[in-house]
Design a protein around this ligand. Structure first.
Ligand SMILES: [Zn+2]
Ligand SMILES: [Zn+2]
Length: 480
């Protein structure tokens, strides 16, 4: 046992030294094996004399992590990372004092808001009700959305991907923050006689605001879109960005975010190429690790000693199985309790695309191989942990009409990796749940479509009870 501990301590030490020297760390575990006279993993386990499972997992993860190249990224290197700094900037006085603009800013809340806004805005296009969301649209954006047509109804908009294209203006004494987003989405337009037209769209949206706005709490994300950002009056009081209750033009970015521009990049009736099960990983890509990830993880560990990265692994395994199995079930009931609203809707977007393309995805034998730390950020409302999940599964697609195999292999497993971000409300503590029972009432896990426990009505998908999946990003598109 002593040897194993020494090995692990040496492993951590080498990682730290490696991190100090260069952004790209590559420490060979084999060299350490040699140093401690360990032949291989089996020998190591034997030395540890059948350690408890947690110990085996530690050994396993330590070794595997070191076999993988990691690229450490400095704060602010990616759009998301720049946006996160919004809570740190403010008005800097001559004496070096800093009055922070928005210390409660949370990227998790922002992302939920942006998803909700996209959905509500498109729904409001139906029946010409854009005025209802006029407080959030500049005159240009309003006009761009009007030119998309005047359907009687827009049904069930589903965002498959929301990606950051750029973030600018996050700096002390800045007067304007701009966030450029790309949405890949699906919705169905219904015309006056009830004819339905499904659309797959890609849209570029730019959101703007002055940095000196206090962010709202996550509990109001779903509702405040239909109120005046200045006085709180219901949206019926608004016409074209002006609120008649407070007699103020509110679509300026001075009260909250405003959509400055909307550009339609693509809109087609067929399923776009590239939507489907995850592609094979590119083993050449190193894991992008935020420079503050480990320090933030340690800080969480001090507040919540029951939480360690390895304790999360069985929960990740459970979520992986439910997500992969859910891909072929239209209602996704099994995965619902583990997924935040956005990622759940994104999964539904994927299954919709499969159905429209006339294919069925089948996944079997999915298992996580290892997990590497990519990012850990903490704000007023959430702890958000991003890990790169390396997994394997057998997956393939068959054409519904004749059950012919059209992609993948029904026999051979393939490796893939994705970046998963899990969130938990700040202050929630305890080991991650690894069973299909409600963390609030302990009954078997069944939730309604909005993520509330059917037995006790607890909102399980809010992150108020346990870690839930907030975002899935592919290796090729993950920027940190
Ligand atoms: Zn008002
Ligand atoms: Zn319950």
């Amino acid at each position: 046992m002593g040897e194993v501990l020494q090995f692990l301590i040496m492993g951590s030490f080498c990682l730290l030294v490696g991190a100090g020297f260069a952004g790209l760390i590559y420490v060979s575990a084999r060299q350490q094996f040699k140093k401690f006279g360990i032949k291989d993993m089996a020998h190591l386990r034997k030395l540890a004399k059948e350690p408890p499972e947690a110990m085996q997992a530690t050994v396993d993860a330590t070794v595997r992590e070191e076999l993988e190249p990691v690229k450490v990224t400095p704060p602010g290197h990616s759009p998301r990372s720049r946006l996160e700094q919004l809570r740190e900037v403010g008005l800097r006085g001559d004496a070096g004092t800093l009055e922070r603009f928005d210390p409660d800013f949370s990227p998790v809340v922002f992302e939920d808001f942006a998803h909700a806004l996209f959905t509500r805005v498109h729904e409001a296009r139906g029946g010409g009700r854009l005025d209802r969301v006029g407080a959030w649209l500049s005159d240009d954006a309003f006009e761009a959305l009007r030119t998309l047509g005047r359907p009687a109804q827009v049904k069930d908009p589903l965002v498959g991907v929301m990606a950051y294209a750029d973030v600018t203006g996050v700096a002390d004494n800045s007067s304007r923050v701009q966030v450029s987003l790309r949405f890949e989405a699906h919705y169905t337009e219904v015309d006056a006689v009830g004819a339905e037209q499904p659309w797959y769209v890609t849209e570029a949206w730019t959101l703007e605001r002055t940095p000196a706005v206090a962010s709202r709490s996550p509990d109001t994300v779903g509702t405040f879109i239909f109120t005046c950002p200045n006085c709180g009056a219901p949206s019926e009081a608004q016409r074209g960005g002006t609120c008649y209750r407070c007699d103020t033009k509110v679509n300026t970015g001075g009260f909250d975010w405003v959509v400055q521009s909307v550009r339609l990049l693509a809109r087609e009736q067929r399923v776009p190429r590239g939507i489907g099960p995850p592609r094979s990983r590119d083993p050449k890509l190193p894991t992008l690790r935020d420079a503050r990830a480990e320090a933030n993880l340690d800080a969480l560990g001090r507040e919540d000693p029951d939480f360690i990265l390895l304790a999360l692994r069985p929960r990740l395994e459970l979520i992986l199985q439910e997500v992969r199995a859910g891909a072929s079930h239209p209602d996704g009931q099994g995965m619902r309790p583990f997924l935040g609203d956005n990622v759940f809707r994104s999964q539904r977007h994927g299954s919709q695309a499969s159905r429209d393309a006339g294919v069925r995805h089948v996944t079997r034998r999915s298992a996580i191989q290892h997990v590497s730390l990519a990012r850990m950020s903490r704000d007023t409302y959430y702890d958000a942990l991003t890990v790169r999940v390396h997994a394997t599964c057998v997956d393939y697609s068959v054409r519904e009409s004749d059950q012919k195999l059209v992609a993948g292999s029904a026999e051979h497993p393939r490796d893939f990796s994705e970046y998963w971000t899990l969130v938990r409300r700040r202050g929630v503590k305890g080991a991650p749940g690894t069973t299909r029972t409600c963390p609030s009432c302990g009954k078997p896990l069944t939730v309604d479509a909005a993520g509330y426990c059917m037995s006790c009505q607890a909102h399980l998908t809010s992150g108020a009870f346990d870690w839930v999946l907030h975002r899935i990003e592919q290796d090729a598109s993950y920027r940190g």
